[in-house]
Structure formats: structure tokens, C-alpha cells
Ligand binder design. Structure first.
Ligand code: MLT
Length: 202
């Protein structure tokens, strides 16, 4: 079962990469459409709603506590999301997307990169954490990844985001990691950096 409630907006500029928008806990498929348009005007936007509910709040996988993940569920849900993306690519005729994930959405995108690297062309990970304590040896073959962390993020310790950057780099990704003067919430700098970054990768 790989059906997700989602929004799709076709590209208005064929040269812009499709974006996969992945919301944070308690968000939905509408949340990041505006952000996607700011980051990459003209891109096709594919935006699923997480299928796990935590006290009614949609997420992309189960957690035992804040920052403590049900890793079996992370694996299962990442593969399920990968299947959805493959189906959506056929249905809508789009290339492999660049993920734009915030918080829980960034964490499932990181899991997808480690478990099914071919699904994504690259990723913008906003306030991401290490999603799996014992990830498989992934081959990310030069995939571009922008990781933006908040220096005062109460959910993601600096050591954790540094570890994620190292993990992705060791797997062969081209990782650009920046630590912003921000907390867990996004700031204007996130939008500006993401827009400049996506314009500079091929
Ligand atoms: C998570 O559960 O993925 C992280 O704790 C981030 C969050 O959703 O708050």
C-alpha cells in the first residue's frame, strides 16, 4: 500500500527540477507548497501527507519519544514513500525529485537517501537528524545535499547534525552543511540559502 494523500502541481518551467515536499510533525500536504515555490519557482511540486498519526498529527514514521525513533517503522515507511514516488513519477511524468524536507520530513528524506538512494536526485534537509542508528552502507554517488541546522535547535543537538553530515558524505554525497543562528523553526536565511543552492546545482 503506497497511496498517500498528496498535492501535485505541474512544472511551469521545464528546466527546474521537481521537488518532493515533506512536512514536519502536525503538518500536511499543503504546508510546504509556498516554500517550494520560493525555493524553486517553476518546479513541479509533489507533496504527500505523512501516513502516521501521533495524537492526530500527521508524520512520516513513528517515534517512541522526541528524537527517539521506531527504526523498524522508519525503514518500512521510507520504502513505502519510495514506492509512492516511483508511482507518482510514472503518473505525472516527472524526473527523480529533489526532496525538500523539514524536521520529521527531513528525517524521512535522510532515511530514504540511506535506504533507497536512487529515488531522490538530491535533498534539502531542514533541521534533520540521523534517522537510523545502524544504516546500511549507501552509495550516494555525488548526490547534492544541503543540510541546514539551527545552532540553538532544542530538538537536534549539534553533534547529531554533524554526524548526519558525516554519514552522508562518507556515503559519497556532496554535502553542504550550514549551521544557522536559528532554533528548530525555519528562518528567512533557510529560504535564501536553499534558493541559492538549488540554483547552483545541476
Ligand atoms: C522527528 O520525530 O522526526 C523529530 O523529533 C522531529 C520532529 O518531528 O519534531
Amino acid at each position: 500500500e503506497s497511496t498517500f494523500i498528496h498535492r501535485f502541481e505541474p512544472a511551469t518551467n521545464a528546466g527546474s527540477p521537481p521537488l518532493l515536499l515533506l512536512h514536519g510533525t502536525g503538518g500536511d500536504e499543503n504546508d510546504l507548497l509556498g516554500l517550494g515555490k520560493m525555493i524553486s519557482p517553476g518546479s513541479a511540486l509533489l507533496s504527500p501527507r505523512g501516513r502516521v498519526l501521533e495524537h492526530g498529527m500527521p508524520r512520516f514514521f513513528r517515534r517512541l519519544a522526541e528524537g527517539v525513533f521506531d527504526e523498524d517503522d522508519v525503514r518500512r515507511r521510507a520504502l513505502e514513500l519510495g514506492d509512492f514516488i516511483a508511482d507518482a513519477r510514472k503518473q505525472y511524468g516527472i524526473a527523480a525529485p529533489v526532496a525538500v524536507g523539514f524536521s520529521n520530513g527531513a528525517n524521512i528524506a535522510a532515511a530514504l537517501l540511506l535506504l533507497k538512494p536512487d529515488v531522490l536526485a538530491g535533498a534539502i534537509l531542514l533541521r534533520a537528524m540521523v534517522p537510523l542508528s545502524d544504516p546500511p552502507k549507501a552509495e550516494l554517488g555525488g548526490k547534492p545535499i544541503l543540510l541546514l541546522s539551527g545552532q540553538a535547535d532544542p530538538i537536534v543537538p549539534a553533534s547529531n547534525s554533524a554526524k548526519l553530515a558525516a554519514l552522508l558524505s562518507e556515503a559519497g554525497a556532496r554535502v553542504d552543511h550550514k549551521v544557522l543562528p536559528a532554533g528548530h523553526q525555519l528562518s528567512q536565511a533557510d529560504v535564501t540559502l536553499a534558493r541559492n543552492w538549488i540554483g547552483s546545482v545541476d
